[in-house]
Design a protein around this ligand. Structure first.
Ligand code: TYR
Length: 186
């Protein structure tokens, strides 16, 4: 089944944002745009999918549709912290809220939401409207789910530092993806 935080490969490795369905009810997940361009093929376990939407830079947003039989769940992998978190919506959490993220390199890590509407420059270009957090992340954690309580907030984009000494990580807001592509959270 498809769960937030699971690893997928597409040449490199990224993490599932959240399981979701598109306007036609087809299963898939949303993720980060820097993980693949439209047409990029994805493997997740023995399942297959394809990037059907991708925006990067500018934003860091993408939709992957499953091309094999996928079972979707609203669970978020917490890795070494045990069991799962449950996602039940995408209400925006205020600045200062605790937020955690699930990623396939470093697992489950938490911190606080520090600032919205951040413009960030990567070697590939400039991104707008990212949200800054004190959560650590490392390569391969990209695109994994940020969740505050039970509410999904977004997908891991990039940042600095690491999970040994601490870091700053920016995420892409989930709601613009859901709204502009008519995607429904699982
Ligand atoms: N951008 C990274 C990826 O593609 C994820 C990452 C996030 C890496 C924050 C480092 C960092 O500090 O996997």
């Amino acid at each position: 089944d498809i769960r937030a935080g699971l690893a997928y490969t597409m040449g490199g490795r990224c993490s599932v944002g959240n399981a979701a369905t598109n306007a036609s009810g087809q299963p898939g997940f949303y993720t980060a745009g820097h993980c693949g361009s439209v047409g990029t093929q994805v493997s997740i376990g023995n399942g297959r999918g394809v990037f059907e939407r991708s925006v990067f830079p500018g934003n860091d947003a993408a939709w992957v549709r499953g091309t094999s039989n996928w079972t979707l769940t609203n669970l978020v992998s917490r890795y070494n912290s045990g069991f799962y978190a449950t996602q039940s919506g995408s209400s925006t959490a205020p600045i200062g809220s605790q937020v955690c993220r699930s990623g396939s390199t470093t697992g489950w890590h938490c911190g606080t939401i520090q600032a919205r509407n951040q413009t960030v420059s990567y070697p590939q270009g400039t991104l707008h409207s990212l949200i800054r957090t004190s959560v650590c992340a490392e390569p391969g954690d990209s695109a994994g789910s940020f969740i505050s309580g039970t509410q999904s907030q977004g997908v891991t984009s990039g940042g600095s530092g690491n999970c040994r000494t601490g870091g700053t990580t920016f995420y892409q807001d989930v709601n613009p993806m859901l709204n502009s592509w008519n995607i429904r959270l699982r």
